[in-house]
Design a protein around this ligand. Structure first.
Ligand code: GUN
Length: 293
């Protein structure tokens, strides 16, 4: 069994990006600038955005964090987005999700200039992804592809089962694994809350990508020997023995499933750190494209 070590690989990627940024600086070029918009005070969202800003500092990017109150109106948020679209100094930006209920998330994501949409959530970019065109691939799916690539996990002709159909992970992942090329060429089954007898499906899977958000959902009895496991779950489970009062738990019963797996991502330290590294990669790409406009 091999651990797909996202922490290690993401550090390698950050070092590669930092080297690129150093070259840009030596050549007197502008360095990439990422902005992040966060609405409200959700603890997990604040943590993620904080990590994204710190990662920018580490690789030498500029970053701007825009905090808006939980009560912000959709119009005000759309105004902020328009300013970021127009600001030539900003190469890419993200709107941290989820957004409060008074705001229509789809409207907001559609307001982002597709050329600055480093999350890859705009319908134009999502469509390009589905059509194999060059675009920004959403950071978590992009990170999973990169892990599969760097560890040389075979995907061609394999049966990949994706659990969860969210717009951020499950849906794009199901499209990407079925594309021509590597990683891809998988036969994909997308499972969700209406799927009947999921164990029958997971027990036939060569690769399982779980993005459900239910701690320890996937048990050893549900998988076959030598399965490849990608665990995207990051649920905060109360734990008084931890300094923060919680621990991060994945969708997979790691202790038992890892005994049957050929490759498996840990939680934490698997997919999570890869997401941030690939957001940086998309921002670097945005800067490179922007400089050619
Ligand atoms: N919320 C959970 N995952 C993500 C992500 O990848 N990007 C943004 N913007 N919000 C998220």
């Amino acid at each position: 069994m091999t651990i797909l070590d996202g922490k290690n690989v993401s550090n390698d990627i950050k070092d590669e990006i930092a080297a690129e940024v150093s070259k840009m600086k030596e050549n007197g070029e502008k360095v990439p600038h990422l902005a992040a918009v966060i609405v409200g005070n959700d603890g997990a969202s604040l943590t993620y955005v904080g990590s994204k800003v710190r990662a920018c500092e580490r690789v030498g990017f500029e970053s701007t964090l825009i905090k808006l109150p939980n009560t912000v109106s959709e119009i005000e948020l759309l105004d902020t987005i328009e300013e970021l679209n127009q600001n030539d100094d900003i190469d890419g930006f993200i709107i941290q999700l989820p957004l409060p209920p008074q705001i229509n998330t789809q409207e907001v994501l559609m307001a982002v200039d597709p050329d600055k949409d480093v999350d890859g959530f705009h319908p134009t970019n999502f469509g390009k992804m589905a059509l194999d065109m060059s675009t920004f691939i959403p950071a978590t799916p992009f990170g999973i592809l990169e892990l599969i690539d760097r560890y040389g996990v075979e995907t061609k002709g394999k049966h990949t089962v994706v659990i969860g159909r969210s717009h951020i992970v499950g849906r794009p992942m199901s499209i990407l694994m079925g594309r021509k090329g590597f990683p891809g060429n998988s036969t994909v089954t997308l499972t969700h809350s209406h799927t009947k007898n999921i164990t029958q499906i997971t027990s036939q899977a060569d690769i399982i990508i779980s993005a459900l958000g239910v701690p320890n959902f996937l048990k050893a009895e549900m998988v076959k020997d030598d399965v490849v496991i990608i665990d995207v779950g990051i649920t905060r489970v109360p734990d008084e023995t931890r300094p923060r009062g919680y621990r991060i738990t994945g969708d997979v019963d790691f202790e038992n499933v890892s005994k049957k797996a050929s490759f498996i991502t840990p939680v934490p330290g698997g997919v999570g750190p890869m997401t941030i590294a690939m957001l940086l990669k998309n921002t670097l790409l945005a800067r490179e494209r922007h400089s050619k406009l």
